[in-house]
Write a protein that binds this ligand. Sequence first.
Ligand code: KG4
Ligand code: ZN
Length: 341
Amino acid sequence: MRILGVESSCDETGVALIDERCGLLGHLLYSQASLHADYGGVVPELASRDHIRKTIPLIRQILSETGTAPQDISGVAYTAGPGLMGALLVGGSIARSLAWAWQVPAVGIHHMEGHLLSPMLEDEPPTPPFVALLVSGGHTQLVKVEAVGRYRLLGQSLDDAAGEAFDKTAKLMGLGYPGGPALAKMAKQGRPGRFKFPRPMIDRPGLNFSFSGLKTFTNNTLAIEPHDTQTKADIALAFEEAVVDTLTIKCRRALEATCLRTLVVAGGVGANQRLRTQLKTMVAQSDATIYYPRLDFCTDNGAMIAYAGLVRLKSGQGDGLAIHARPRWLMTDLSEVPSAQ
Ligand code: KG4
Ligand code: ZN
């Protein structure tokens, strides 16, 4: 079985081809970051229009680069949600139409399930049950993965997602868009100990998060401190430490609460080096194991959608002829994939 995957939920157009026997054949990614940079965030209408421009040329390119003919393709997977309505509709319409023309099934994939399964593309994949920390620009969730498709939400952010907090804080500090990587880079020059930011909600039981206060804390600190580069770097470090400490504490609690020994980390913030180092230390102390996707697959990509599509289509799941676009969609509403057990 050979599956084409199409990702278009936000500001990245991703396509990939995966083969049941040979694994990932190739993937291509086009980032719209420079298009949105002037606006300091994603402009949904511009995102949709750019997906229209890029999706078909990228599909043509991946077919040619991997020597794949349309008749070699046995199914098409696309991101059906959550995400920006217009952007989802572009990817979904193209993917569903191609599947119809090629007379193969199509399946709409939950973007966060794509992230969650992305470490399965690595040589030593995790096997359920495990705890997953999903940290992206739109979501921060701790999920108990009992089986592929059977997810229990353990906790989530009550306000800003971790990536959103990085992006908004970076914007306050005058760093470009997307702010997460820029802020993390700046934090590398920071001196520890000059500022101490709070670790939100760690004194309360439970596994929920709240990150919006850290942005306010940054704003208040910037209001009374000089804006020289060193001060900004010290603030960036204090902010990053606060987010990373909070995520680490809650991951430890989630492993304890579920009596599980496997942690999977996925989503854009999973690319953060401090988070990776600190979680590695925590799992070693907890006698647990940690799994990540490769750095390229932490952020949005077509490979994770192709993989999730392969798993679902292989088990016989498909969506009929409808184009699905669900800007809001709970991962806990997904169906279990029987043959993936
Ligand atoms: O998973 P993703 O590509 O898109 C969504 O599904 O949202 O995540 C993007 C988020 C952005 O908020 C970005 O700033 C953040 O991940 N991010 C990072 C880093 N790389 C990406 N945040 C902190 N440190 C990084 N190195
Ligand atoms: Zn994502």
